[in-house]
Design a protein around this ligand. Structure first.
Ligand code: PA5
Length: 450
């Protein structure tokens, strides 16, 4: 069960300040639940945990089983919202070293990601390993024309057809895309690939609980039933409950209060390395949703205690524009006991007999107090366990808190107009038909700075 608390932010945000947001929060909740705010055609995720396509859900499970049976490696092609959620859940819940386990201990296929960059070196290296495995491919793109996945898919589809032949490749290529339209849907229909749907009313960064995330997650052996059940509990707890009893609304309000008094950066902190990509997913959720109209918190992330040895100094004593949101697990799943050492050269025998999880817990508690003393407000999200159910609840918590915070800040949390600027420049510089004139102007600017 997820619990939010802000006791370590009490000296920075008073109860009165929180209470003062009550009326605005009520409006933000209404805009989200009654779907009458900006971006209201992208609110399909609100009821998704209980209102999803059960026939497709079963088809996802069947496809995942087939992939598990005939493939040792699944390549997931997608970028942004079409990849981060799957990677986040898979890394949070899988064995940390799944890919290095010997065959008799590894229960599920290795999963690798492509089409999330334009690095030729990355894709060339990936191509080097494909021959070693039986391969399946899941390409995920709502538009079907996003440059990064489209380039990777071109190359990987050729590989699959050369290796398996056009007919057999069809059983190994799965497309997740728009229900009716777009280049990928068109190609999938033409070639006979199995397709899964990205609903019209769910944007990329809110799509992890659709086929976008569910197919790769199921292939990784994670229970998508439990994931959805956790999200359904999240909806029950965080959608319709009143401000005081609603942890997501409280979190959204606390970060809004902090932002309005000059804290510009929210750092999502974890103490479990498996959480790293959840932070990447959260960064996209918050960054694309809030960073517009010259406003919004800058979402950052650190993995502790690793990053206490790199970013810890700045957080403790740098510019006081930061606050932290610490995600912790009461039970992270496994631990290792610290042994006694006769020589005790490292002086750590006082830890002998303790689990590493206990040390990790104390590191967290000590760090929170040090950072609060250093002027860094701390918000806390506590999860009882690192399971698919908890993960589903956390996903829903973050999604709805992001919507509430966006409406509190009077922006449209569901568009991303700023993403187009780099694409237009890239197309112009690459000489895409129709972009030639702009390309010449940009090239002149580049030449002038050489
Ligand atoms: O959140 C978003 O909308 C983006 O990150 C998209 O998911 C990303 O650009 C990929 O788009 P598409 O699925 O159309 O390839």
């Amino acid at each position: 069960m997820l619990q939010f608390n802000m006791k370590n932010a009490a000296q920075f945000v008073s109860q009165q300040e929180m209470d003062n947001l009550r009326a605005q929060m009520k409006l933000a909740q209404l805009q989200t639940l009654e779907k009458n705010g900006p971006g209201n055609d992208f609110l399909g995720w609100v009821d998704l945990p209980v209102d999803y396509d059960k026939e497709e859900f079963n088809r996802i499970k069947n496809a995942a089983t087939r992939i598990q049976e005939h493939s040792g490696l699944l390549v997931v092609v997608g970028i942004g919202g079409s990849y981060l959620g799957a990677r986040a859940v898979i890394e949070l819940l899988s064995h940390h070293f799944n890919d290095y386990l010997p065959g008799n201990k590894r229960k599920f296929p290795r999963i690798v990601f492509a089409g999330n960059n334009i690095s030729g070196a990355y894709l060339a290296d990936l191509m080097d390993v494909l021959d070693e495995y039986s391969v399946s491919l899941n390409v995920i793109s709502k538009s079907g024309t996003t440059t990064e996945p489209a380039i990777a898919f071109r190359i990987l589809r050729n590989y699959m057809e050369d290796r398996y032949g056009k007919e057999a490749a069809k059983d190994r290529i799965f497309c997740t895309t728009d229900r009716n339209k777009g280049a990928l849907k068109h190609l999938a229909d033409q070639e006979g690939y199995e397709t899964f749907v990205i609903p019209d009313d769910i944007g990329g960064r809110y799509s992890v609980l659709t086929a976008v995330g569910l197919l790769p997650i199921a292939v990784a052996g994670i229970s998508i039933d439990d994931l959805m059940a956790g999200a359904a509990q999240g909806r029950e707890r965080f959608a319709n409950t009143s401000f005081t009893d609603n942890d997501a609304a409280q979190y959204a309000a606390a970060r809004t209060c902090l932002m309005r008094k000059g804290y510009e950066i929210e750092i999502l902190v974890n103490y479990e390395p498996a959480f790293h990509y959840m932070t990447e997913w959260w960064k996209q959720l918050q960054g694309e949703s809030e960073g517009k109209d010259n406003r919004g918190l800058f979402p950052a992330g650190v993995d502790f205690s690793t990053d206490l040895h790199s970013m810890g100094q700045y957080i403790q004593a740098g510019r006081r524009i930061l606050f932290e949101t610490v995600v912790s697990f009461e039970d992270a799943g496994r631990t290792v006991e610290i042994p006694k050492d006769e020589a005790n050269l490292d002086g750590l025998n006082f830890l002998a007999g303790m689990g590493m999880d206990e040390v990790n817990q104390k590191a967290m508690q000590g760090t929170v107090l040090a950072h609060v003393d250093g002027g860094v407000p701390n918000l806390a999200i506590n999860l009882s366990e690192r399971t698919a159910f908890s993960c589903g609840e956390l996903i829903y918590f973050f999604e709805i808190a992001c919507a509430f915070a966006g409406y509190l800040n009077a922006i449209n949390p569901f568009d991303q107009p700023g993403v187009e600027a780099y694409k237009n420049n890239m197309y112009s510089l690459l000489g895409k038909p129709g972009y030639e004139e702009e390309g010449k102007k940009l090239q002149a600017r580049i030449d002038a700075t050489k």
